[in-house]
Design a protein around this ligand. Structure first.
Ligand SMILES: Cc1ncc(COP(=O)(O)O)c(C=O)c1O
Length: 381
């Protein structure tokens, strides 16, 4: 279905999709919560590296009537009727994602980063298969083998660590673990690793042991879009990500892969792990991909890194120990231990006076803490 065969011209006056006044008249209790959260976000210091502020255009798509539409399946092959227009939205999102990241195939339906990991593990592996990923104490995500998560329950995860001194990934250790455990898949990607990942090195290790290479680029994907971080797409069999971190889109997931895995990935998302696609979120992803393709987003992504480097330097000057000595990204691992403060107290001290909000770094452990933890062959919860 193309724009030339389906009219996208509005036939009714466009409503304001984000009409706080209507919500206030109907449900003042909830309106107060929304207004207070908006104030919290604009008046406090927000340091959660996994969060961002979407544009009014993205919020408008999220609050649009596309939220009403059921659309199981994929464009042109839906289980529901009336999908002509949401099909166009999804095709725009897919085409923009493919162009932005140079991928042969994009699936924009994953409801979240975790849903994307679930789908790709379902697409590539069988329950019980071995997977090599960064151990949780070193920055692996819950979906990289936590016993509290489907990943740790259904797959045999082996964890690699980072060097206790440098905080950097030890590629020789990854290679040695890959050779001894012969994983079916290797995951590169982290919730806290502040340096660029050497995707070519991971590719070489995966090829050496015949494993799939999965890049969980949830954190750096926005930097990739803005040309401020290396692109995992040419190296990995499948790239999974979130759209709501540096990328500045709606909360959601994204999968990128080559043409030969496209069908398996799509079937693993729907119908294997998800039902109806969230068309308002997919439209909002399309808007975000459009924004991320602009020169101003390129400038933004580079500014994010410059700001993070300035903050890391200032924290180091203030006595924090900065793991890896700095950052290439938007992530900083700052250890307040040299100041005699542990991480939770430091976070609490960042809250605005009289407020219960707590600007939070993502992690409250460092690689050095982990040196006293069990060896990285098994992740800890
Ligand atoms: C590396 C990585 N993978 C997966 C996820 C999961 O994303 P979500 O919270 O959308 O499920 C995150 C979230 O922070 C992440 O950092």
């Amino acid at each position: 279905m193309s724009l030339s065969t389906v009219s996208t011209a509005p036939t009714a006056p466009e409503a304001s999709y984000t009409d706080l006044g209507a919500l206030r008249r109907q449900d003042p209790e909830l309106a107060d919560v929304l207004a207070a959260e908006a104030a919290r976000q604009s008046e406090g210091l927000q340091l959660v590296a996994a969060e961002n502020f979407t544009s009014p255009a993205v919020l408008t798509a999220l609050g649009s009537p596309l939220a009403n539409k059921y659309a199981e399946g994929y464009p042109g092959a839906r289980h529901h009727g009336g999908c002509e227009l949401v099909d166009i939205a999804e095709r725009i999102a897919v085409d923009r994602a493919k162009a932005l990241f140079g991928a042969e195939h994009a699936n924009v339906q994953a409801h979240s980063g975790s849903s994307a990991v679930l789908a790709l593990l379902a697409a590539l592996l069988r329950p019980g298969d071995t997977v090599l990923a960064m151990g949780l104490p070193y920055g692996g995500h819950l979906t990289h083998g936590s016993p509290t998560n489907f990943s740790g329950r259904w797959f045999d995860f082996v964890g690699y660590g980072v060097d206790a001194e440098s905080g950097l990934i030890d590629y020789d250790q990854v290679h040695a673990l890959a050779r001894s455990h012969r994983p079916k898949a290797i995951v590169c990607g982290s919730i806290s690793y502040p340096r660029h990942i050497d995707y070519a090195a991971f590719r070489a290790i995966a090829d050496d042991v015949g494993a799939y290479l999965i890049a969980d680029a949830a954190h750096p994907l926005g930097l990739v879009a803005g040309g401020a971080a290396p692109n995992p797409v040419p190296h990995a069999d499948v790239v999974c990500a979130t759209t709501h971190k540096v990328l500045r889109g709606p909360r959601g997931g994204l999968l990128l892969c080559g043409a030969e895995l496209a069908h398996r990935i799509d079937r693993a998302v729907f119908p294997f792990t998800q039902g109806g696609a969230q068309m308002h979120t997919i439209a909002a992803k399309a808007v975000a991909f459009g924004e991320a393709a602009t020169p101003s987003f390129t400038a933004y992504a580079h500014q994010v890194v410059a700001n993070a480097r300035t903050l890391a330097d200032a924290l180091a000057d203030g006595g924090f120990a900065i793991t890896t000595g700095g950052t290439d990204t938007h992530l900083i691992l700052a250890d307040p231990a040299p100041l005699g403060v542990e991480a939770h107290s430091a976070r609490g001290r960042l809250a605005p006076p009289g407020s219960s909000s707590t600007p939070a770094p993502c992690r409250t452990a460092t690689p050095a803490d982990c040196a006293s933890a069990p060896p990285p062959s098994r992740p800890r919860a």
